[in-house]
Design a protein around this ligand. Structure first.
Ligand code: AMP
Ligand code: ZN
Length: 478
């Protein structure tokens, strides 16, 4: 597999530290509110990376943190008159619920900063001992210029960064950081303020800085050198640059061999923000659309491209996904017949000669820096092929083989189920649909075809299409 590495700005062949294993660390959300639709992009994309590597036989150790101590959490706790931990625990639960809806598998480990404080203190101490960090009045700073590779990920020059801090003395006074040796230095450990959560440390009561968390937790749960570190592109600087400085200075080893960053999701071509009124949580969006459609939508673009979210585009994704689901349904119907027919010679030829071509093409797309957009095009081609090569006379055994391949690529690897989620239709609606279908069946028995047609139209107006089959009436959302 080739991966675009932010560090080298080129696609490189993926070679793990230990053959057959992949250690992946993905920066997770700060849990002070419901996750928003932008946060869902890295979750879905890197969950797909994990699934694909597993499909290719890798043993994947996938670690993604919850940042559960942070200014935003503390602010919300104060506003609601609660403890910080009540806020973070609540939103971790909500986040896990959203992930489940989006079919994002739980990580191998989801570490939480507040549960790893002794390890944080240990890394700060290591950095102090090695001369990479210093303490002033209870704050510990990283001595940025002591790390020669600073800027290598974001391709920034350290002197340009320094001169970027024009009016430096004034800025530092404003931020209360005028005690720093250098304006480039950043915080590893901050002293407690009244009303804030704190832990005892050799530098007094306080809490860890955000960048430190990821360096510590990735080392603990994966090791000194990660295979892949991932997150949204906004994290490249300063978060990931600082993580590299901390980890490489502490461990004397390459922090991560590959860096993957997803592009940003915009809403109607605008940056999502609360003040613009275009800020949506995953929960809100899942009330309007099937979460499965959202996952499909996110994967319909290559992860590094910017992605625009709009009602029209989601609708297009819904209709596209239907084509795949309809193809799968057609196969499922042939399988359900259990016709006991032998696979014919022509069917066997298609399985041996044609079917593998789609799998190869799918793999080639995924191998090319996780090009899920092209992989989804292959799914469409595969569905066209299964539609064209099956009919009522096909053997169930043949349909089963086709279904298995479609299932592996769509469900196992991309995480897109082949069956419609009934959850998108409320129980009341289902009851109403079924009552109308029963009424239509009764009308037909009484030869009242006018009423039967009327009901078909009524259902159509509700977005429901019905099909008369030998097994009875079947319905689906159109
Ligand atoms: P945060 O909670 O802000 O640290 O974000 C958690 C993850 O979501 C990070 O990997 C961010 O880069 C990512 N992220 C935040 N906003 C967006 C967005 N609009 N589009 C894509 N990714 C985003
Ligand atoms: Zn991080």
């Amino acid at each position: 597999m080739r991966i675009f590495n932010t560090l080298t700005r080129q696609k490189e062949e993926f070679k793990p530290v230990v053959p057959g294993k992949a250690g992946i660390y993905v920066c997770g959300p700060t849990v002070y509110d419901f996750i928003h639709i932008g946060n869902a992009r890295p979750m879905i994309v890197f969950d797909t990376l994990r699934r694909y590597l597993e499909f290719r036989g890798y043993d994947v150790n996938y670690v993604s943190n919850f940042t559960d101590v942070d200014d935003k959490i503390i602010r919300r706790a104060n506003e609601e008159g609660k403890e910080s931990i009540e806020i973070s625990e609540r939103f971790i639960k909500e986040c896990r619920r959203d992930m489940e809806a989006l079919n994002v598998r739980p990580a191998t480990t989801h570490p939480q900063a507040t549960q790893e404080i002794p390890d944080m203190i240990e890394m700060v101490q290591q950095l102090i001992d090695k001369g990479h960090a210093y303490e002033v009045n209870g704050t510990v700073y990283f001595r940025t210029r002591s790390f020669p590779g600073y800027g290598k990920l974001s391709h920034k020059n350290i002197d340009d960064l320094e001169s970027g801090h024009r009016d430096e003395a004034h800025q530092l006074k404003v931020s209360g950081e005028d005690e720093k040796e250098d304006s480039l230095d950043f915080v590893l450990w901050k002293p407690m303020k009244p009303g804030e959560p704190f832990w005892e440390s050799p530098w007094g009561k306080g809490r860890p800085g955000w960048h430190l968390e990821c360096s510590v937790m990735s080392r603990k749960y994966i090791g000194g050198t990660l295979d892949i570190h991932a997150g949204g592109e906004d994290l490249i600087f300063p978060h990931h640059e600082n993580e590299i400085a901390q980890s490489e200075a502490a461990n004397d080893a390459t922090f991560s061999n590959y860096w993957m960053h997803n592009g940003f999701l915009k809403i109607d071509n605008e940056k999502m923000s609360k003040s613009l009124g275009n800020f949506f949580t995953v929960r809100e969006i899942c009330e309007k659309y099937d979460p499965q459609v959202i996952r499909f939508f996110m994967l319909s673009a290559q992860y590094r491209s910017p992605l625009n979210f709009s009602a029209d585009l989601i609708e297009t994704s819904r209709v596209s996904l239907e084509r795949i689901l309809n193809g799968a349904e057609k196969l499922a119907e042939i399988i359900a017949k259990e016709n006991g027919k032998e696979i014919s010679a022509e069917e066997q030829r298609l399985l041996d000669e044609e079917l593998p071509k789609f799998v190869e093409k799918f793999d080639a797309a995924m191998d090319d820096d996780l090009n899920t957009a092209d992989a989804i095009s292959v799914l469409f081609e595969l569905v066209r092929f299964t539609n064209a090569s099956t009919n009522e006379t096909s053997s169930s055994a043949f349909a089963k083989k086709l279904y298995e391949t479609l299932f592996t690529l769509s469900d196992t690897v991309l995480g897109i189920h082949l069956t419609r989620s009934k959850a998108e239709i409320s129980e009341d609606e289902v009851a109403k649909i079924e009552a109308l279908i029963a009424e239509r069946t009764a009308a037909k028995k009484e030869k009242n075809f006018a009423r039967a047609d009327e009901i078909r139209e009524e259902l159509k107006a509700m977005g429901i299409e019905i099909k008369d089959t030998r097994e009875g009436v079947k319905w689906q959302r159109i």
